[in-house]
Design a protein around this ligand. Structure first.
Ligand code: SF4
Length: 335
């Protein structure tokens, strides 16, 4: 089975297909990414080439197996990959009409965060860059322009850095979707080496770190990856990234009732954030069957938010979207 052409840059398309004229690679790339065409519709190509592509190259190697819609407008797609694995991806629409695609980078996840459905499923495999891009095009079909991408779906993106970078090269390509790196955010559970690699070699996408707690022991109990990259090592990587890129970082706090929502937790967070230019994203935990946590009450979330504000740490609250279709943060799962 050939991979699709979605992750191939214009010159790679030309060489992969053995095209003598390099501009044909550009035409195919533009047709796929700018105009959302299939091969048969690319009328600037000679008829024989269109026929050959249609017969020999799959447009998609993945297929849509389910579409779920929440009444709040969120759409979750279940995508079946060529080897039978499944991943999920989500399209969120803000009140302003701006659309954000939340993409998966792995089938399952090896990181095992205790509060996350994907973590409970375990790891199956890394996705190919083309499989990351195909999620975007499954989401985009008939739904207009997508303005932002967040790599916050299934998996730890920085454990699949090569495919992530490859997909970013396509997403930012001027002949393709031409999305600015500023419109893309990679979420990590705290991979210090991955953060340093992005600082050194780019691309200059936003980074969101799932911190959850600034208490080492609590964090280790909730996130096994915290035993690999402790809080001190993580902070060093964040300071390095900040120094190198000058970019503000996001710290994500999945708020778990009675576990990390107290006044002490804020004090530790304030201490940890010292020296960092950060904004805290508060994500009230979304229930997952079989996971023994409780979601914080609306009042507890509000109290946490105002305590953070009083501590001088800028914060935003993530509003709960896609919960009825299991499409909210931490609820994705199909392997
Ligand atoms: S929160 Fe992210 S890194 Fe942690 S288990 Fe879930 S998908 Fe993996």
């Amino acid at each position: 089975m050939h991979a699709s052409l979605y992750a191939s840059l214009p010159e790679e398309i030309a060489s992969r297909l053995g095209l003598e004229k390099a501009y044909r690679g550009r035409q195919i790339f533009e047709g796929l990414h700018k105009r959302g065409q299939d091969f048969a519709s690319m009328t600037e190509l000679p008829a024989a080439l269109r026929e050959k592509l249609t017969a020999e190259v799959p447009l998609f190697t993945s297929s849509l197996s389910d579409t779920l819609r929440d009444e709040d407008g969120t759409i979750k797609l279940r995508i079946r990959l060529a080897d039978g694995a499944s991943v999920e991806c989500v399209l969120l629409e803000a009140d302003t009409g701006r659309k954000t695609a939340c993409l998966s980078t792995q089938a399952g996840c090896a990181m095992g965060c205790a509060f996350c459905k994907t973590g409970a499923l375990g790891f199956r495999r890394n996705l190919e860059a083309s499989e990351i891009l195909e999620q975007f095009y499954h989401l985009a079909r008939g739904r207009g322009t997508i303005n932002n991408i967040v790599f916050m779906g299934m998996g730890e993106p920085l454990e699949n850095l090569e495919a992530l970078r490859k997909s970013l090269a396509v997403f930012t390509h001027p002949l393709g979707p031409a999305l600015s790196p500023r419109r893309m955010t990679v979420s990590t559970c705290g991979s210090a080496p991955g953060i340093i690699s992005l600082a050194d070699e780019g691309p200059a996408v936003g980074i969101a770190v799932s911190l959850v707690s600034a208490d080492e022991e609590k964090r280790k109990a909730l996130m096994p990856a915290a035993r690999r990259w402790g809080l001190a090592e993580l902070k060093e990587a964040l300071l390095y990234h900040q120094e190198k890129t000058g970019k503000r970082l996001t710290l994500e706090i999945v708020l778990l009732k009675g576990i990390n929502d107290g006044a002490d937790d804020i004090l530790r967070l304030r201490e940890y954030a010292r020296g960092l230019d950060v904004i805290v994203n508060i994500i009230p935990w979304n229930p997952v069957e079989g996971l023994d946590f409780q979601e914080p009450s609306e009042a507890a979330v509000q109290l946490y938010y105002s305590r953070l504000e009083r501590s001088g740490i800028p914060a935003v609250r993530r509003y709960r979207r896609g919960r009825k279709i299991g499409g909210a943060c931490g609820q994705l799962g199909e392997v």
